[in-house]
Ligand binder design. Structure first.
Ligand SMILES: NC(=O)c1ccc[n+]([C@@H]2O[C@H](COP(=O)([O-])OP(=O)(O)OC[C@H]3O[C@@H](n4cnc5c(N)ncnc54)[C@H](OP(=O)(O)O)[C@@H]3O)[C@@H](O)[C@H]2O)c1
Length: 173
């Protein structure tokens, strides 16, 4: 089964995505968008991101990349390479029989770095904050990616301004 790969990320203006253990903001609108974009799809994530979520997300497969071949957790499908993760994701999609063909590159920093070159689309929430943090989203090369959609959300109380952006790949992978 041929599948496409979509990176889904929330990133601060300095490219920070998390403190290594967790997210650095709480944006209910972003959580709703992530749910809508990812429902019915395999989520390919690093073991640290799995630890930070702590449970499988309903209606989606959690495919967890780890170098520890004995690693297991309830509700997770372990994979030791991106290739293996994509194979397991495609198998899960075929078993669902819903016609869905997208897989999601779900982070964190190490997994975006590993898989961004294989992505076809980036669904990004860009947050107007610049927190300290070790986990980053890679630079987006404008020769490879074109912004095709933008929706601005104004600051509101504790919620910082942010925007929902879609990038499509314009060069061959
Ligand atoms: N803002 C967002 O959209 C977003 C999304 C996701 C995560 N995050 C944040 O990102 C942070 C975590 O990111 P992170 O970069 O520290 O960790 P991560 O990418 O979630 O996970 C790293 C782990 O993945 C495994 N791994 C990495 N490369 C691998 C490879 N080539 N083959 C097999 N396994 C591999 C290793 O697991 P083992 O150590 O088990 O071998 C490694 O320790 C957290 O703060 C989280 O909240 C933010």
């Amino acid at each position: 089964m041929k599948t496409s790969l979509v990176a889904v990320v929330a990133m601060a203006s300095n490219r920070v995505i998390g403190d290594g253990d967790d997210l650095l903001w709480h944006l209910p609108g972003d959580l709703r968008r992530v749910k809508a974009v990812t429902m019915g799809c395999p989520l390919i994530m690093g073991r640290k991101t799995w630890d930070s979520i702590g449970r499988p997300l309903p209606g989606r497969a959690s495919i967890v990349l780890t170098r520890d071949r004995s690693w297991q957790a309830d509700g997770a499908i372990a994979a030791s390479s991106l290739e293996e993760a994509l194979e397991k994701g495609a198998k899960w999609l075929a078993e669902q029989g819903q016609g869905e063909t997208r897989q999601i590159l779900f982070g964190g920093g190490q997994i975006y770095k590993l898989g961004l070159s294989q992505c076809d689309v980036i669904e990004m929430t860009e947050v107007d904050l610049a927190p300290e943090g070790p986990a980053l989203f890679p630079e987006i090369d404008s020769a490879q990616w074109q912004e095709t959609k933008r929706e601005e959300v104004l600051a509101d109380g504790d919620i910082p301004a942010h925007r929902f952006l879609t990038y499509q790949r314009i060069s061959a992978k």
